[in-house]
Each structure stands twice: as C-alpha cells, then as structure tokens.
Design a protein around this ligand. Structure first.
Ligand code: SF4
Length: 487
C-alpha cells in the first residue's frame, strides 16, 4: 500500500560465514546498518554457535533494536544472517520480522528473504490443507515450509533449497543458515540483487548490495547469478546452477533509479553512474532554459548532477535534508503535512532565490510530495520551477517486493501529463522517456530488466489472490460464531 509519496523496497539481507568462532553478530550489525535504506520497520539477526541457532529481532531501526546488551547476549558464533524489513506482504508486526528460525525433523534452520512471491497464496493454501499452521502472514514462512518439506526427502539442505526453487515463483533473494552451512539463493529471474565477497581474514559475506560488503571491509567477489545457489561450509564455497539460464533475467530497474545506495554496484553497474546517466538522458529529451539544477535528496542528487553535466546549467545544492529524521518520525502537535515536509527538507534560498530552477527527483508517485517541494522552492524565491523525474511515469502495480499495490494512487494513471504539471505546480514537467530507461543500466552484465510498473508488461504471470489475503478483516459470519462461542 502506498502510504506516502515515495515507494518502498521490501527488504535487505546480509550473512557472514567464518571458519573460526568470532563476533559474527557485529559483522551482521554493520552490514544491516549499511542496508538500512532497504527497510526501516524491523530487523533481526540469527547467529549460529556450533550448530545452535539463536535469534533476536524486533520492530525498529538497527541501531535501536540492537543495543549493547542485546549484542552481548547474541555472543559469538561462526555464522549469522540478518535482515532489514520494510513490509509489503504481511503486517508490520513483530511476527513478520525476519530472520525466521524453524525446527524441523532434520534440524534447525534460519532464513531471511528479500522480494515477493507471486504464488505464495497458492502454496500456503496447499500447505494449510495438509495441516500446516502458519504463525506469520509473510511469504518468508511459506518459503521455509517448502524448504523443510523438501528436506524430508532431499539428501542435504542445499538440495532441499534447490527442489524448493521448483515451486517458488516471483522475486526472492534468500539467505539460509543450517547448523553447518550458509546458503544463498537468487530467483531465476534475478529480480533483486544479491552478491558475495570475502574479508582479508577469509570470512565469506553475502549481501543484498555491495555497499554492505564495503561496510564490513569485505572485497566484492561477484554477483550471485539469477537462479544460482551458493553453499558455504568449512570446506569452501560451492555453486549449484540447475536453475540458471532457464529464464530471461528481470532485474528490477528501480534498483538503479531509487532503491539501491549510490555507492553500490548492482549486477556490475554503478548505481551512482546509472543515476547520472538518467539525468543526462533527461537533459537531452527534456531541455529547458534555467539558471540552476538541484536534486531532491537523496536519490535525485546523482541524476541532477547528470542533468547539469549534459545541459551545461550549473549544479547547486538546493536542499538541506534533516539527517536525524527517520521514517518513523512523528510530528508532535498539529503540524500540517506542509510543515512536516519543511522539517525534513529545507530549500537553500541563496541557491534558488531569483533563479529559474530545474528540480530533479527520482520519481513522482502520488504527486503530493512533489507539489509540496515545488511550493517550498517558490517560497524560497525561485522564479520558475521545472520538474524532471529520473523515472518514467508509474502506471502499474508491482508484484515483486515493492509497495505499489494498485493504480488508485498513482498520479500518472489518473491524470494526463499537463494536469500532473498543474497539480504539482511546476512550470514544465519531464519524465525519463520509457525508451531510455534501460539505457541507464548500460555496462551492467544483467541479461534483462523488469520495467513492468512503467509499461504493465510483467515478466511473470500475475499473482493469484491479493498480497494481503492472509490479513483480511475477520468475516462477519466468523465474528458472529465467535460471539456465540462456536468458533
Ligand atoms: Fe521493479 Fe517496477 Fe518491476 Fe516492481 S514492477 S520489480 S518496482 S521494475
């Protein structure tokens, strides 16, 4: 559900394997800290100490959830996995925070996941009909059931993951920890990024983004291929590629535009360079006479640099973003939304006053935030405001782990371009041309992209049932039965 004027990624995963017992929880802490932009609602770490898996997770930011005392209790081990969550499937409650730890007949397993399955409703129904009871409303628990079911007959945990992948459809970048193995798997279409690296002292690191490898001093080794499973044990690393190359890759193009951190590389392409390229393309297709180019922090900044470079218009720092505000910020009192935007983002009048301003943002979703920001720049003295979006117009929902669940609130679905320009109060408006969107990833080794929210051409069949099917309100007939004591 789009609750704000920005869309959100679902999650980030991180894992470490060390052949020696060490402070692996701290490594995961720093990794998750670097991935915080991928999810701010909850986080967790599961640690493996000689086959004994313990886990701590809660709602909140990494820094808040993992206090010194919690970290001390987690102690040392030889592997650990972690997760940051922005929930799109499953309520934002403690139960849905990951990693999930399950006991099954062949032992314990911890699992964390980034992405959304398109067949979780069908899988869950089939499992429930056979007697499975679910404790959460997230896809991740469905994945863990499928893996443990396969593990009953598979000779190893990696073979169980491999078999489970035959049933899973949609987007998933997984980290799985058994008592002695660390496993990472990426769905055959490679919707979400996943890579691994090594530290100087030989620890293996798996992460959603390369910026998390940097944060723990690991050197990037390579991206995990779409469909690939890697298995790390004391004997080293092994790759299973049975699911590789069977499907065309569909990396989410929005990873480059907005989700990933600009200091990350996704499938071989620098995110910063991709955004600069988007700005350059925008300058060519939507030129305008202006005095200064500014970017809306954070992900509009790189594209603004590109626009300035290609247009020859000077780049300026147009806004100061309050660094101390998280997504959970609550404005006390009766502050209007306008005032709340001002608290987060304030224009630098010196840069925009008396100027014709090009304002580059990463996207326009509902248009409400864009309208407020344009007003702020005008109030700061800008004589003209020309809005440029480094993404094409959003016209369709996402089924793969991003919270665009319907067309209702997408401004581009409900208004023609000129009306959008009027609604947001811009003098001119230009979006990245759809035909240019894949050009931003030039140089990546990616075999193809998902651009479905811009053209409604999905790389998979549509999901059956709604994403939040397991969270629907209790039907009246059940409520009545409860009242009568029959349920
Ligand atoms: Fe990314 Fe859009 Fe595809 Fe979703 S539909 S995976 S946001 S490109």
């Amino acid at each position: 559900m789009i609750t704000e004027s920005k869309i959100h990624e679902e999650c980030g995963v991180f894992a470490v394997f060390s052949s020696e017992k060490t402070d692996v929880a701290s490594t995961v802490y720093y990794g998750l800290f670097a991935l915080q932009h991928r999810g701010q609602e909850g986080c967790g770490i599961a640690i493996n100490d000689d086959g004994v898996i313990s886990c701590y997770k809660d709602l909140g930011l990494v820094n808040d959830v993992f206090s010194h005392s919690v970290m001390d209790k987690l102690g040392h081990g030889n592997m650990a996995i972690g997760h940051v969550r922005y929930g799109t499937t499953g309520n934002n409650d403690r139960n849905n925070v990951q990693p999930i730890v399950v006991n099954h007949v062949k032992g314990r397993m911890a699992l964390a996941h980034n992405g959304n399955l398109i067949n979780s409703t069908e899988l869950r129904e089939a499992l429930e009909l056979k007697g499975s009871i679910f404790h959460t409303t997230s896809d991740t628990e469905v994945i863990s059931y499928i893996i443990t079911k396969e593990r009953l007959t598979a000779p190893s945990i990696e073979e169980a993951v491999n078999k489970a992948m035959d049933s899973l459809e949609g987007a998933y970048s997984l980290v799985v920890m058994s008592p002695s193995k660390l496993i990472a798997a990426r769905d055959p279409k490679g919707f979400r990024p996943l890579c691994y690296g090594r530290t100087e002292d030989g620890r293996y690191i798996i992460a959603s983004e390369t910026c998390a490898l940097d944060a723990v001093g690991a050197k990037f080794v390579r991206d995990i291929e779409p469909g690939e499973i890697i298995v790390i044990t004391r004997d080293g690393i092994q790759s299973i590629k049975e699911h590789c190359g069977k499907e065309k890759q569909s990396l989410c193009i929005f990873e480059y535009i907005y989700f990933a951190r600009p200091d990350s590389f996704v499938d071989g392409r620098s995110v910063h360079a991709a955004r600069v390229r988007a700005g350059e393309l925008l300058a060519k297709t939507h030129p305008v006479e202006a005095d200064v180019v500014i970017g809306v922090p954070d992900s509009g900044l790189d594209a603004a640099i590109g626009y300035a470079k290609a247009s020859g218009i000077p780049y300026g720092i147009g806004f100061i973003k309050n660094k101390y505000i998280g997504r959970t910020f609550i404005a006390p009192g009766q502050k209007s939304r306008e005032d709340r935007v001002k608290i987060k983002l304030n224009p630098i009048a010196e840069v925009v006053s008396g100027k014709r301003v090009v304002m580059v943002d990463d996207s326009i979703v509902r248009g409400t935030t864009s309208a407020r920001i344009v007003r702020l720049i005008r109030e700061a003295g800008a004589t003209e405001v020309h809005v440029r979006s480094s993404a094409p117009p959003f016209i369709a929902p996402c089924y793969y782990g991003v919270d665009i669940d319907s067309k209702d609130k997408l401004i581009a679905c409900n208004h023609p371009m000129d009306e959008i320009r009027e609604i947001i109060g811009a003098d001119t408006l230009g979006y990245l041309n759809f035909d240019d969107v894949e050009k931003i990833a030039e140089g990546s080794h990616c075999g193809g992209f998902c651009v479905a929210c811009f053209n409604e051409v999905y790389p998979t069949r549509p999901p059956k049932g709604t994403k939040n099917k397991f969270e629907q309100p209790i039907p009246e007939e059940i409520k009545n039965k409860v009242k009568k004591g029959e349920e």
